[in-house]
Design a protein around this ligand. Structure first.
Ligand code: HEC
Length: 139
């Protein structure tokens, strides 16, 4: 009987431990997501370092993969807010709209998709490249 009890205690601790590990992970994920949204700065707004996006826009164009990883993955890697998830057939469905429609919807925003995917300093070409990256990665 004593053996069974300690086995149950160990099991209970195991569950409690894994639950707290999970809680930590999702807390971090939430902080990461809030950070991404909180760090958005609209071009021309000096109150939040408006000069930075202008400087970035003057630099070399980033690859679609780079833009995706740094700007779009926050929602498109997880499917947050109903975003079509990277690597799933959801992107093949979107692809039927054609790249021009997808690009203009990404620029203007659509449903839960914010204008420019919250990337104020992304050029149209960079947005297009990152969409193509998501389409290619989800075939
Ligand atoms: C804050 C979350 C979020 C971020 C960040 C985000 N997206 Fe989205 N995106 C969404 C959601 C939600 C949808 C689904 C919108 C709908 O169809 O209702 C979506 C849909 C799209 C679509 C499909 C539009 C269509 O016509 O079906 C494209 C293209 C797209 N996103 C591109 C991007 C690109 C490129 C980036 C990065 C520069 C990006 N998104 C960043 C949330 C996000």
């Amino acid at each position: 009987m004593k053996k069974i009890t300690s086995a149950l205690v160990a099991l209970g601790m195991g569950i409690a431990l894994s639950a707290s590990v999970q809680a930590n992970t999702s807390d971090e994920a939430v902080v990461e997501r809030i950070k991404a949204v909180g760090s958005v700065c609209i071009e021309g707004d000096d109150s939040c370092g408006g000069a930075a996006p202008v400087a970035a826009a003057g630099g070399a164009a980033r690859s679609g993969e780079e833009v995706y990883n740094t700007k779009c993955a926050a929602c498109h890697a997880t499917g947050a807010a109903g975003a079509p998830k990277y690597g799933t057939p959801e992107w093949a469905d979107r692809g039927t709209k054609g790249i021009d429609t997808l690009l203009s919807n990404a620029i203007n925003g659509i449903g839960g998709m914010p204008p420019r995917g919250l990337c104020a300093d992304c050029s149209d070409d960079e947005l297009k490249a990152s969409i193509e990256h998501m389409l290619a990665g989800s075939k």
